[in-house]
Design a protein around this ligand. Structure first.
Ligand code: ASP
Length: 447
């Protein structure tokens, strides 16, 4: 299916911060709304950076809320000025004085950091709705959180459906919603992607277009690999695996709502409309590449426990060991095991100050021969439909790593997942990503 050529589809479009950073960019975004076809529901982020040294409105709002007195007022004035520049550049009249007077008062009444951060999306939503003539729907009326702060999916879906049924064309600010006591709560950073996915689910969209400032999802981190190729098509599963391992473009939690209904996400570049971008789908169509993408993270540790299992029994061992990790609040990522020696791979960040307690707990409860912690491990995932299906591909990948002087210390193939995870030393990380990208591209081209 070529989505970009199909008319009469229900489309939800989300614009990220860079696409809305200045009046010029916003005009460009607005122009796209009726190019080819109509986009009915629009989700906006707060204005982002206009250039490398600029500050995102969301960050400016946090800073303003965290400051006091005159400094706070000065910070708020800077934010107001940015919105003035945008409104003036777009020829839009908006009572920014009144809006900022409310914000100043609410800051004084300690309405919270989430409230503060949400104002960027709120004002941007008002501006964009005026510009394109769509109705404005405040996210606090349709995105809901439960009393414990967790996201209330059912209530949100119900309220969104109810509101959008009556409104054929609307702008909804991303990133925030409301608590049962009417205070404002935000998702985590980048959360406008989630709002877009929730709207797409509620209106049963044919496609959720996510407009950003890059041509799509890159096959590898462009900060490491020079000009990596853009992925044409990736499945939800593959994307989740890549995002979990550190690849960014889309908020991780934006996949669940649309995946359930099989709504494709199309990541596109506002500034390069002719490029089809990346399509995220439930099942790959056509002939997918062997390796779709590569992503990784540094700073893992392996907690190696050595014990003669015949004295305890393997299931008791796992049960007790995982309990000790759980009691210390340390999430376990992977458990590669040998006969009498098992490694628990965890993020070094979580080990933090609990290192000693963890070691003591493991020694006390398991009476092992020894326990050691090895830090500075990096994990790299190679994700794709064909990964590991062909043993010679894996052999080639590992051989090329070896030839370039990188030792694969751990190799994990998660069951039922089309990916392979390679553990290497942190200091080899960038080199390994570059090498793996080279091997993966060669393998993909040879098919
Ligand atoms: N403006 C928020 C942020 O900077 C949310 C978003 O852009 O999605 O994180």
């Amino acid at each position: 299916m070529s989505l970009s050529k199909t008319r009469d589809l229900m489309r939800v479009a989300k614009f990220g911060g860079t696409s809305l950073a200045s009046a010029k960019n916003i005009k460009k975004a607005a122009e796209l709304l009726s190019t080819d076809y109509k986009r009915q529901y629009i989700i906006v982020s707060a204005p982002g950076k206009r250039n490398k040294n600029d500050i995102k409105i969301t960050d400016m709002l946090y800073t303003a809320y965290d400051s006091q007195g005159d400094v706070r007022q000065k910070n708020l004035d800077l934010i107001k000025q940015r919105f003035y520049d945008i409104a003036t550049g777009l020829n839009i009249t908006l009572d920014l004085e009144g809006i900022f007077q409310d914000i100043t008062e609410s800051f004084g009444n300690n309405l919270g950091r989430d409230y503060a951060a949400s104002r960027g999306e709120y004002i941007m939503g008002l501006i964009f709705s005026r510009l394109i003539g769509y109705e404005f729907i405040d996210a606090s009326m349709v995105i809901h959180f439960a009393p414990d702060g967790s996201f209330d999916s059912e209530k949100t879906n119900e309220k969104l459906k109810e509101a959008l049924e009556k409104v054929p064309l609307a702008v909804i600010p991303g990133f925030y919603g409301s608590m049962p006591n009417n205070t404002i709560k935000t998702f985590s950073r980048g959360g406008s992607d989630i709002t877009g996915a929730l709207v797409a689910r509620a209106v049963n969209a044919d496609v959720y277009e996510n407009f950003t400032d890059v041509d799509g999802f890159m096959m590898a981190d462009p900060k490491i690999v020079n000009d990596p190729s853009v992925i044409d098509q990736v499945t939800y599963d593959q994307l989740r695996a890549l995002s979990y391992m550190g690849a960014t473009v889309l908020h991780e939690d934006s996949i669940y709502p649309v995946r359930f209904q099989g709504i494709p996400i199309n990541i596109r570049n506002t500034f390069n409309y002719d490029d089809p971008g990346t399509l995220i789908v439930s099942k790959s169509e056509g002939k997918p590449p062997v390796i779709t993408g590569i992503a990784g993270k540094k700073d893992f540790s392996t907690v190696i426990i050595n014990k003669n299992m015949s004295s305890i029994g393997i299931s008791d061992f796992y049960k007790t060991a995982t309990e000790v990790f759980f009691e210390n609040g340390i999430p376990v990522e992977h458990i590669p095991g040998g006969i009498d020696s098992i490694g628990f791979i965890v993020s070094t960040h979580y080990l933090g100050p609990r290192r000693r307690d963890l070691l003591q707990g493991l020694c006390k409860r398991l009476d092992p021969e020894y326990v050691v912690i090895e830090d500075h491990l990096a994990l790299i995932a190679l994700v794709g439909d064909g990964v590991l299906e062909n043993g010679s591909d894996t052999a080639e990948i590992l051989r090329e790593l070896f030839v370039s002087g990188i030792n694969a210390e751990i190799i994990i193939k998660p069951p039922h997942q089309k990916c392979i995870i390679i553990g290497i030393r942190d200091h080899d990380y960038e080199k390994a990503i570059t090498e793996l990208y080279g091997s993966a591209s060669r393998i993909n081209q040879s098919r």
